[in-house]
Design a protein. Structure first.
Length: 203
């Protein structure tokens, strides 16, 4: 998993509440277990019309938000079914951080397992970021070590995060990666088990 330390990126506003995982990545794009190639399906029904043509008024289709790395969205982002393809699609598109007042629990957990940083801010702070993102300057800085979001205006917002999750994000560790950090201990344990209970090796 790619580590997350500090991100300087374009901020894109999506002022919609209750964006569910089917809106993030519709079901027709769930036939793969690969994490690459899902960007085409991100917000598909919002980004494209019935003929598959980009909707020019959708934020991620607008030239000023091309290559956006941070998304600021409405309440309860990522609700709905527990598809892990949702953070995969966001990251494949280039979005490494989503800012909202709240996230659905399963989506929130999936983000940390895939290197996508979900940042929770107060309602007035999200509203201010949203307003700034709609202006002429779209550059934002997200610093995980300092636990801050620096708006285009320079205004700084602090966010809370579980210390263990923060540490794993900084080091780029998902559940498998975290386990592998104890590989030497695991090898020693297995050797001792093999010596103490050799019959288990034949099971």
């Amino acid at each position: 998993m790619q580590a997350f330390t500090r991100l300087d990126a374009t901020l894109a506003p999506l002022p919609l509440a209750n964006i569910d995982t089917d809106q993030i990545i519709p079901k027709q794009f769930l036939k793969t277990v690969e994490r690459e190639g899902l960007a085409k399906g991100l917000f598909y029904d919002l980004r494209f019309d019935g003929e598959g043509r980009p909707k020019p008024d959708f934020v991620l289709n607008r030239p000023e938000f091309k290559g956006a790395g941070v998304l600021v969205a409405g309440d309860n982002f990522g609700c709905g079914s527990s598809r892990e393809h949702a953070p995969w699609a966001l990251m494949d598109f280039g979005i490494r951080c989503v800012v909202s007042t709240s996230f659905a629990d399963i989506f929130y957990n999936n983000c940390f397992q895939n290197g996508l940083l979900p940042v929770v801010l107060k309602a007035d702070e999200v509203a201010s970021l949203m307003d700034e993102a709609k202006g002429g300057n779209h550059l934002v800085t997200v610093d995980l070590e300092a636990q801050t979001v620096v708006a285009p205006s320079g205004r700084t917002y602090a966010f809370a995060i579980d210390p263990q999750r923060k540490e794993k994000m900084l080091k780029g560790l998902d559940a498998i990666g975290e386990t592998l950090t104890r590989a030497a201990d695991i090898d020693v344990y297995e050797m001792r088990q093999a010596l103490a209970k050799p019959w288990l090796e034949d099971a």
